[in-house]
Design a protein around this ligand. Structure first.
Ligand code: GLV
Ligand code: MN
Ligand code: MN
Length: 417
């Protein structure tokens, strides 16, 4: 049975390349921020491919797309798979996309082999896995899982002050209320996401497939600093309350807290640092920072978070700069389902593909799907472990391997007949 599933690697690669051409920045950069023109165009193209594969489509109030291949037994909960097609600024073409286009290809491989799944197989293309627009990652899957309070979701604002309500309305998803997004329990029997590793372990060990047992715990802190602006020539140094300098010291405090957390798995990044007014001859009066802090262990992550906030309060007091902290998300890690991990591992055995059990240090929509159904992920290597960069790369063969493992796993989980 395993050998009868034929992946059309050429078609898959063509689609990956075509999708990469839809970007707000010229190639090789891929930038597709939530509800931007590029995001909306990419959604239409992927929906077209889903229709061509005979899948029936539905979209929810936050723009999550569901593409279903109906099973023979409609009384059974479907198996779900999927990932995202939004991309951070200056990204590459594989993050998220491999899990979406690979799933369409996996379904087509089963169709061509004459498979009739008992359970339906549903591809989910999640809205805004990337946090670029609202500072919070996995927006669509958080809402599906009921892991984001609706008051918090409706209060979300992008850097231009636009609300999620406004933007989803403009993108054509405004008809239904956000509370309709949440999925009933037992909607899916399982969720399996195919993704590039975004680390270098598979490549280092020359192993084609990873299966994920745990996903690290992410958190995001947004910091607004308000100092006093003024003329860069006229304002003498003792009078200054420079928001940029308070922000710069804060970023160093993040690094220090992470390096001294006691856990080698704590990582912290000040990935956003904007200042106003942004003129060379003006003292910065405002700074806006977004800090990403993660760990495999919640205790060391939370302790580092507290130390960062305390250090920032001290820095701001010393510099006479006002501050506001907002914890945008402080998430628990996910534990993947042991049976699903075993299913993926045995599928790899059948396909004679060596497999490695792994932790995902990046987050994924699987972090939230794991809250509502048994979940795991299939990883494929990516060159040098590089991701979130235009030179992100997985070879056609690596992608084909992952897609074959996904196809056979979905077939096993859906059952036949
Ligand atoms: C996902 O894109 C992450 O930042 O881990
Ligand atoms: Mn990403
Ligand atoms: Mn991703």
């Amino acid at each position: 049975m395993a050998s009868s599933l034929k992946i059309n690697g050429e078609r898959l690669q063509r689609q990956i390349d075509e999708l990469a051409g839809i970007s707000a920045a010229p190639p090789p950069v891929v930038t597709r921020v939530l509800f931007s023109e590029a995001d909306l165009r990419a959604r239409s193209l992927v929906k077209k491919w889903c229709r061509e594969a005979g899948l029936s489509l539905r979209e929810d109030a936050v723009g999550n797309i569901f593409a279903r291949w109906t099973g023979t037994d409609s009384a059974l909960a479907p198996v779900a798979t999927g990932s995202h097609i939004d991309a951070i600024p200056n990204a590459g073409r594989y993050d998220g996309v491999v899990g979406v286009l690979g799933a369409i290809e996996a379904i087509q491989a089963m169709q061509s082999a004459g498979v009739k799944p008992r359970r339906g197989i549903e591809l989910i293309i999640f809205t805004a896995e990337e946090p670029t627009r609202f500072g919070i990652g996995c927006l669509g899957s958080r809402l599906l899982a009921g892991a984001l309070a609706l008051e918090k979701a409706t209060a979300l604002r992008d850097p231009d002050g636009k609300s999620l309500e406004e933007l989803r309305g403009a993108a054509g998803f405004g008809e239904k209320d956000l509370h309709s997004v949440r999925l009933a329990s037992k909607t899916y029997s399982a969720f399996v996401e195919l993704h590039i590793e975004q680390g270098a372990l598979l490549e280092r060990d020359n192993i084609p497939i990873g299966v994920v047992e745990r996903i690290a715990a992410p958190s995001t802190l947004r910091v607004r600093l308000t100092g006093v602006g003024g003329h860069a020539g006229a304002m003498l140094m003792p009078e200054r309350h420079d928001a940029l300098l308070a922000g710069a010291e804060s970023a160093l405090a993040v690094e220090h807290a992470v390096l001294t957390s006691g856990s080698p798995d704590t990582v912290g990044t000040t990935g956003v640092f904007r200042i106003e007014p942004g003129a060379v001859n003006s003292v910065p009066c405002r700074a806006w920072l977004e800090i990403d802090l993660r760990d495999t262990q919640v205790a060391t992550r939370d302790a580092a978070l507290k130390r960062i906030e305390a250090a920032m309060a001290e820095i701001c007091a010393k510099r006479g700069v006002a501050y506001e902290f907002e914890r945008l998300n402080v998430d628990a890690p996910a534990i993947c389902d042991a049976n699903l991990v075993q299913t993926v591992a045995s599928v790899c055995g059948e396909l004679r593909l060596p497999v490695k059990k792994m932790i995902s240090r990046a987050y994924h929509d699987s972090l939230f799907m794991a809250q509502i159904c048994p979940t795991t992920m299939i990883f494929i290597p990516c060159r040098g472990g590089v991701s979130h960069r235009p030179d992100e790369y997985s070879s056609p063969e690596q992608i084909e391997n992952g897609t074959r493992v996904l196809a056979l796993t979905l077939e096993r989980l859906a059952g036949i007949g």
